[in-house]
Design a protein around this ligand. Structure first.
Ligand SMILES: Cc1ncc(COP(=O)(O)O)c(C=O)c1O
Length: 383
């Protein structure tokens, strides 16, 4: 039985060509693309090259198919979901929407956030309160303590990009609901690796870029808003497809559609959405729960081996409920992290240097050999 399980993962690993480069442990930066996803994009380009708008109908069917499979994976209805360029764009949209919706001007965020979650709020004139973490762990009480009447929203990553801390979203969302405060989630480091409990956590808006654990290549994000949230805001942007009956092509003051997809501004990048669709289909086939378990198991092995090798583990790794595939560590003997990462790459070991630490991020198509390969090279630094 164990052998069969091993064979299952080995077969999948072979289909991710990035694994042929060596120990690829940069999944929190950019995830590998499955060969089938690559082929779907190539096929789409070929068809488009040969047939252009003659195949318009097929192309639009592809978009609605992508919307269906992605929304099913997230447990939301198609009306809630839009395809947008990235999380920075989505956070700008949300900041502008909330600025128009009420006079509330305070945004609460964990201090460990990736800048995409943070900079738009500063830029659009919000007071940004950053909550400290404790060895990577973010305490929900610390967030709730600073919530007050002027709080427009709490914004958090589902998984922190640096520490890998996985936020208990359901607990946070329920506590915020009781206080009438919207929860906005950056799911970029969670999408494709762990379930994002959009409904159960009562999330108002979610942005998740597709190029990391979702393995869909660069330049596309999922943007989800709840109906309840949409009813309270008005969208700040408009394009020709943002209105009902866009094909009537009328030049009159626009009445913006109710769906989140009204914020897909203009013509979509179809090839990127082909990749999203393929990636979502693969995840549904393999099974998200199975993927999460495999990531947790490999990341435990990685953490254990790093500790044995004398690394200082920076990630908060004290519970399966808040662990992720990101294991961040320090190495005392290394002075220049960027230089060391370059040297590791020469040995075909790929990790990231981030804010003075090393980040190894392990996906389901990695294996114990990748971990061995990393450990060998940090135990006897390649200098
Ligand atoms: C948590 C998180 N959000 C967002 C991004 C990317 O932001 P964007 O989609 O705006 O390029 C990253 C990493 O690149 C990230 O780690």
């Amino acid at each position: 039985m164990e052998e069969m399980v091993g064979e299952f993962w080995d077969r999948l690993r072979d289909q991710f060509w990035i694994t042929r480069q060596g120990a690829y442990l940069m999944n929190a930066a950019v995830g590998g693309v499955h060969e089938r996803v690559h082929q779907a994009v190539v096929d789409w380009h070929r068809d488009f090259t040969c047939f252009g708008a003659i195949h318009d109908e097929m192309n639009f069917e592809m978009i609605s198919g992508a919307r269906k499979v992605c929304s099913k994976l997230l447990g939301v209805v198609s009306e809630d979901l839009a395809f947008t360029p990235n999380t920075s764009f989505n956070m700008n949209l949300l900041a502008l929407a909330l600025k128009n919706a009420s006079g509330k001007r305070q945004i609460i965020l964990p201090e460990d956030e990736f800048p995409s979650s943070v900079l738009p709020w500063f830029h659009h004139g919000f007071e940004v309160v950053q909550v400290r973490s404790h060895q990577g762990r973010i305490h929900i009480e610390d967030i709730l303590r600073v919530v007050h009447g002027n709080t427009a929203a709490v914004v958090t990553s589902a998984v922190q990009f640096l520490t890998g801390f996985r936020m208990p979203l359901v607990e946070l969302g329920q506590s915020l609901k009781e206080r009438g405060v919207p929860l906005i989630v950056n799911g970029t480091q969670q999408l494709g690796a762990f379930e994002i409990p959009f409904e159960r956590a009562g999330i108002s808006a979610l942005s998740a870029s597709g190029h990391k654990w979702f393995c869909a290549g660069m330049g596309q994000a999922l943007f989800v808003t709840s109906k309840e949230f949409r009813e309270k805001i008005s969208w700040p942007l408009v394009g020709w497809t943002s209105v009902e009956d866009c094909w009537s092509l009328k030049n009159e003051p626009p009445r913006i559609r109710k769906e989140t997809s009204s914020q897909e501004i203009g013509t979509l990048p179809f090839a990127n959405i082909v990749a999203l669709k393929g990636a979502a289909e693969l995840i549904s086939e393999v099974g998200l729960e199975k993927i999460s378990k495999q990531i947790l198991s490999l990341s435990n092995e990685l953490e254990g081996r790093l500790r044995e090798a004398g690394a200082e583990i920076v990630s908060c790794r004290d519970s399966e409920d808040t662990n992720s595939g990101i294991v961040t560590f320090g190495l005392k003997k290394i002075r220049d992290g960027n230089e060391f990462v370059k040297k590791l790459a020469q040995q075909k070991v790929y990790i990231n240097a981030r804010r003075g630490y090393f980040r190894a991020s392990i996906h389901y198509y990695n294996n114990s050999e990748d971990i061995d390969h990393l450990i060998r090279n940090i135990s006897s630094p390649c200098d």
